[in-house]
Design a protein around this ligand. Structure first.
Ligand SMILES: [Zn+2]
Length: 305
């Protein structure tokens, strides 16, 4: 049996076929060819990331941006004149096996990590951050809501395994800066109460592009209750507004199950001088990616008022 089909069977996810309603049709039309992988994931076969997701070779995507992980979950390293800024940090059990070897392969010195921005308080994004905090004194940033998940304040429950010590609080619209690079956090609750979307500049030769990373993507749409889904849909709209305002033209995910990261990395490897960059989607096109996310969710959650 196909792995996806088996997974859907095991998890009881209900969307082995695209729902046929106006929202699904809308999603397909908006997706076109550019965002077809997103349509196929969100509308047809959403699934969680899995331990069996194939590894991707550590890669340099832009002059100042690197990716490490597997096709289900990745971390990014942004290099600055004052050190390395990590975006997410993979699960704790991959620090020694994936993250550090990946950095080494890319020529990135782990001791130069000064700041880790964790997009939300789940272990597959936060797990590695403790290592950099404890060993190299790196700062770790999360929203206060998601710090409460990782490390609840006294009397409100137990800290998660491998949780970093409470540190920087990421605030909507207040840039987190290292060296010359500023990352703008956009609050996108839904997947967790304090999930973050991030917007930051990346360099390609003499050109600066603006990357958008929606860091709290809901992979299993059947699960949350209706109010949470409504919060999440509002978050997608909020991030779209920020992305349009800040002219986001590069689409990135921390769970790159729906944006053809492997094909884009392969295209990047073969890129001829002066040819378009496969990760640059165009400022006029990024919003459509988010619209596919929300239209597919509306197509599946027919219980929404
Ligand atoms: Zn998560």
């Amino acid at each position: 049996m196909h792995k996806t089909a088996l997974f859907l069977l095991m998890t009881g996810a209900a969307f082995a076929q695209a729902p046929t309603n106006a929202h699904a049709e809308n999603a397909k039309r908006i997706a076109g060819t550019q965002w077809l992988p997103a349509y196929n994931f969100f509308c047809v076969a959403p699934r969680a990331n899995a331990a069996t997701d194939p590894p991707i070779a550590p890669a340099k995507i832009f002059d100042n941006l690197y990716v490490i992980g597997d096709s289900g979950t990745v971390a990014y390293a942004l290099t600055t004149r004052d050190g390395i800024l990590l975006i997410d940090s993979l699960p704790a059990n991959q620090t020694e096996t994936v993250l550090l070897p990946g950095m080494k392969a890319l020529g990135l010195d782990p001791a130069q990590v000064k700041l880790v921005i964790v997009t939300h308080g789940h272990g597959d994004h936060s797990g590695g951050s403790f290592y950099f905090q404890e060993r190299f004194g790196a700062k770790v940033a999360l929203t206060s809501q998601d710090w409460d998940m990782l490390r609840p304040t006294d009397g409100k429950g137990k800290a998660q395994a491998n949780a970093p010590q409470r540190d920087v609080i990421a605030v909507e619209g207040t840039p987190l800066t290292l060296g010359e690079v500023s990352v703008t956090p956009v609050l996108t609750p839904g997947h967790t109460p304090g999930s973050l979307g991030l917007i930051f500049p990346v360099k390609d030769g003499g050109l600066t592009h603006v990357a958008g990373l929606f860091g709290g993507t809901l992979l299993l749409p059947a699960r949350p209750d209706v109010p949470t889904i409504q919060t999440y849909l509002a978050s997608i709209a909020h991030f779209k507004e920020a992305a349009l305002r800040m002219k986001v033209d590069v689409e990135l995910q921390n769970h790159p199950l729906m944006d053809a990261i492997e094909a884009r990395l392969a295209a990047l490897k073969d890129r001829k001088a002066g040819a378009p960059h496969p990760f640059v989607a165009g400022a006029e096109n990024y919003g459509a990616f988010l619209d596919v996310m929300s239209e597919c969710l509306r197509a599946q959650r027919t219980d929404l008022p």
